[in-house]
Write a protein that binds this ligand. Structure first.
Ligand code: BJW
Length: 245
């Protein structure tokens, strides 16, 4: 993978770098993306029946089981070379923020520390009425487990369509986007808002935008650099080009 010299130099000199990741960064760990034709989750499952508050109201068991299946899949997955390269990058840049739309926790498992999770984390469960995080739950028979405090159904601590994002996470992401000199946008279709608005905030504030994605997205035309290859190949090459040994 050849990295443009001008980009490698800009990364090496940057004091402030932000990264926005999406499902594509975990694809090489075996975690399915959402919108890729054939392999994406939405090619097999209807988001309206699974990832909306209304879907949970209508059929909580279907939604609970789908997330239980995905939680198991994620638990078996390992961080890949792309996740690890981002953890290395964090150690080289004084002001670094990793903003992720992913709920799989693989960035933290790869060693990243300043991770902003915009869409929650599939490993956590919360009360659907009080929103309190529930650490331990037991599944009895075919029922969706209930909150020990109020008796409401438990649900995954992820952000569904039509739900607002955690305000602190969104604020931190917007601040990082407006502050950074370089924004890497990795493995996202850039279709889901408000995350998809972050590159525009960064660009308006003067940042260089770098898209890393094998396929075009609505962001591609506005990006200053477009690296059309998998994140697991590009990110280690980017770090190696910026800090050659
Ligand atoms: C690789 C690769 C490799 C493959 N290397 N790359 C019109 C305008 C603005 C907003 C809206 C609008 N109409 C509706 C809305 C609101 C809606 C929205 O944006 N909808 C759009 C679809 C239009 N947004 C919301 O509802 C959000 N809330 C909100 O806006 O609140 C205010 C509000 C309230 C009430 C009403 C309206 C607004 C919430 C969004 C929550 C998204 N939740 C999900 C599910 C999370 C839980 C779970 O995991 O189940 O988040 S949906 C799903 O999409 C998931 C992802 O985080 C998110 C983004 O997907 P991502 O990561 O980009 O994945 P893909 O699959 O799309 O793309 C993968 C990419 O990787 C591809 O490009 C590949 O090419 C690439 N790739 N292999 C690098 N190896």
């Amino acid at each position: 993978m050849t990295i443009p010299q001008s980009l490698a130099g800009a990364i090496a000199r940057a004091r402030s770098v932000a990264v926005l990741t999406g499902a594509g960064v975990s694809a090489e760990s075996g975690v399915p993306t959402f919108r890729d034709a054939q392999t994406g989750l939405w090619a097999q499952f209807d988001p309206q029946k699974l990832a909306t508050p209304d879907a949970f109201r209508r059929n909580p068991k279907l939604v609970w089981d789908w997330y239980a299946w995905r939680r198991k899949l994620v638990a078996k997955a390992e961080p890949n070379a792309g996740h690890r390269a981002l953890a290395v990058l964090e150690g080289r840049v004084s002001d670094f923020a990793l903003i992720t739309q992913n709920v799989d926790g693989l960035h933290r498992r790869a060693g990243s520390r300043n991770v902003v999770e915009l869409h929650g984390n599939i490993g956590r469960v919360k009360c659907s009425r009080e929103n309190t995080i529930v650490e331990h739950w037991t599944e009895v028979g075919d029922e969706v487990p209930r909150c020990a405090g109020c008796g409401a159904l438990l649900r995954p601590d992820v952000v569904w369509f039509e739900e607002t994002l955690p305000p602190d996470a969104l604020q931190a992401a917007e601040d990082a986007a407006r502050r950074c000199q370089i924004l890497l946008v990795v493995g996202t279709s850039a279709e889901v808002y408000p995350a998809a608005a972050l590159p525009a905030y960064a660009k308006s504030a003067g940042a260089t935008i770098v898209e890393i994605n094998p396929n075009p997205t609505p962001l591609s035309d506005a990006a200053d650099y477009v690296l059309r290859a998998p994140a697991g190949a590009v990110l280690p090459a980017l770090v190696a080009a910026a800090w050659p040994v």
